[in-house]
Design a protein around this ligand. Sequence first.
Ligand SMILES: *Cc1c(COP(=O)(O)O)cnc(C)c1O
Length: 364
Amino acid sequence: MIPISKPKLSDLELKNITDAVKSGWVSSLGRYIDAFEHKFAEFCGTKYAISVCNGTVGLHLALKVLGIGDGDEVIVPDLTFVATANAVRMAQAKPVIVDVCRDSYCISPFAITKAITPKTRAIIPVHLYGHPANMPEIMEIAHTHGLHVIEDAAEAHGASIGGIRVGAFGDCGVFSFYGNKIITTGEGGMITTNDHALYERAKLLRDHAMSKSIRYWHTEVGYNYRMTNLQAAIGVAQLEQVDDFLMHRKNILDLYKDKLEGSGIECNPIVSAAPVVWMVCAIVDSLDRVRRDAVIGHMRASGVDTRPFFFPISMLPMYKPENNPIAYKLSESGINLPTFVGMTEDQVTKSCSALLAALEKVQG
Ligand SMILES: *Cc1c(COP(=O)(O)O)cnc(C)c1O
């Protein structure tokens, strides 16, 4: 079976984690934490980075640090992983779920403008599947209306627009290091920012809001959202290889595009930005959800693991339906194809053949 995703782990990760174990620093103090935060900020071109135990709590912490809570509205895209909207709920605020652009699959600046009310406090654009959202326009809207921007960059480490990397546009950016992300720490996350006050407050709330000067004096209810030195040891090793990872992923997409050319299948977009490849996307406009899922079934039977695009957030039972036709259509016609560092050309060829054969079966 060709997997949809698999982490690239080698002797470098093993060496660092062995070192961390031998040092005895296995919890949330240790030199790998500092090194990982420092190097990650450098990678994004931001002044600061704060490690956290996963991307979801990173989003929650970012919202809390920006003072967003009960009665506030936060605008999020309909096509994303559920964590984007759930984090808003976790902060007691209301996610306002809007449509995406057909070309980039990312949140539509026009839809954001239409959704702004006096209660709107923030926007969370998501750089979906590695493609940056339209940050110049989103930042302009945010500026005009006095809104905060939290970039959900969980799927887009290293993507940029005009030479500026994602995570450096908004008040802050949030990354994930889950096992299938561009770099991994097993579970893990990072908040990036250029704002010193935000950085200090995130560090405080990450660690139960314990006073810096009086130990075990807590001034408010905080969280334990710390990353461990063991996770960071893996992160440091991964970050050393990230440029190679990104190049390899781009090569895989180029191979897919080459082999699917002329088939009518749309692959990952490039809209006035320098995207990275988190997952290869294949969109077949003529599919509906039932036939798309049949394609996935046929591919699995021939030894190729894939995954469907996310369900629109507004279709999930804990949210309410929205009229976001672009997100709904993309959601039912999109398939993610195997994308991982170490994938061979033969495996790309096999995945493409399986896709084309499956499409033939369901389209008759
Ligand atoms: C993975 C992901 C997250 C959450 O990250 P975790 O580390 O799994 O909590 C948030 N948003 C998006 C868009 C993601 O893909």
